[in-house]
Design a protein around this ligand. Structure first.
Ligand code: PAF
Length: 286
């Protein structure tokens, strides 16, 4: 595996790959790779001949009081893991390479509406930061396909919308959430949890699983299901940000007749903000 830090050299390397007729898949990450990321790499291998991973802790997607400085940076370990998965190229730029004039004067991509709801309410600048960096990565790599985890469900819908609206290269593919045996969705931020919090964290998934069962057993009172889930999280020791039942395609509040749903939740455990979601398809129940 080749590791490249410069945009120009990445483009040059990929021009040669494309000239020989190989298709290219991109897996954008912020590093500190776990099984969830590695499952994206494995899926990317099934979709294209040549797999590019990117590692970039994107300052533009962190709010002023968020964890940019403490976000785990583990490039040496990540490189070994990517090599073991037969990744072809690692693009690991510096902030100066991605934002040569700094972040404050960077042109931003904003996906209106979708970026202001759910996680966007408590992280108002987050999705513009994500959309901007992913737009740049897609323009650098020009992949045939890009692979993202479904754990960041809202992020995936926003990236898909941006790619469609701006005619960005390649298909956008979502991959299933990888979980610990406890049901906790894998995340680099799980590393922040102390022992007590680690024992409580799986309750986030258990709570939305209970909400899914309620929907599947025919309960159409979404507000009641959301409230019960919120109370359950509070009792477990979380400070819930939201639990919300949405239309899985539009992310609008789901109406009782909708059958393609997603339950999304975000909650703080101490200083750590955890997110999770579960898709629910009720078409067989109707
Ligand atoms: O999901 C992530 O790790 C990041 O938001 C992404 C897509 C790599 C953009 O920085």
């Amino acid at each position: 595996m080749e590791t490249i830090h410069s945009i120009a050299q990445t483009r040059e390397a990929l021009a040669a790959v494309k000239a020989r007729g190989d298709t290219v898949a991109l897996v954008p990450t912020m590093g500190n790779l776990h099984e969830g990321h590695l499952s994206l790499i494995r899926h990317a291998h099934t979709l294209a001949d040549y797999v590019v991973a990117s590692i970039f802790v994107n300052p533009l997607q962190f709010g002023p009081n968020e964890d940019l400085d403490s976000y785990p940076r583990t490039l040496a370990e990540d490189t070994d893991k990517l090599q073991a998965e037969k990744t072809d190229l690692l693009f690991a730029p510096s902030a100066k390479e991605m934002y040569p004039a700094g972040t404050s004067s960077q042109t931003e991509v904003k996906v209106p509406g979708l970026s202001a709801i759910l996680c966007g309410q408590s992280r108002p600048t987050h999705f513009a930061g994500v959309a901007t960096v992913v737009c740049k990565l897609l323009n650098i790599v020009s992949p045939d396909v890009s692979v993202f985890g479904l754990k960041d469900f809202q992020q995936l819908i926003i990236i898909r919308t941006m790619a469609e609206d701006l005619l960005l290269p390649g298909e956008i593919v979502g991959c299933p959430i990888v979980r610990e045996s406890t049901g906790l969705a894998m995340s680099s931020r799980n590393n922040y949890l102390d022992e007590k919090e680690s024992n409580i964290a799986p309750m986030l998934n258990q709570t939305i699983r209970a909400a899914k069962s309620a929907l599947e057993s025919g309960n159409q009172d979404h507000a009641q299901i959301e409230n019960e889930a919120t109370v359950a999280l509070e009792k477990a020791g979380f400070v819930p940000d939201y639990v919300s039942i949405r239309n899985a395609r539009s992310l609008e509040s789901a109406s009782p007749g909708d059958s393609d749903l997603v339950i999304l939740a975000a909650a703080y455990l101490g200083k750590t903000r955890l997110i999770d979601n579960l898709q629910v398809n009720l078409s067989a129940n109707r």
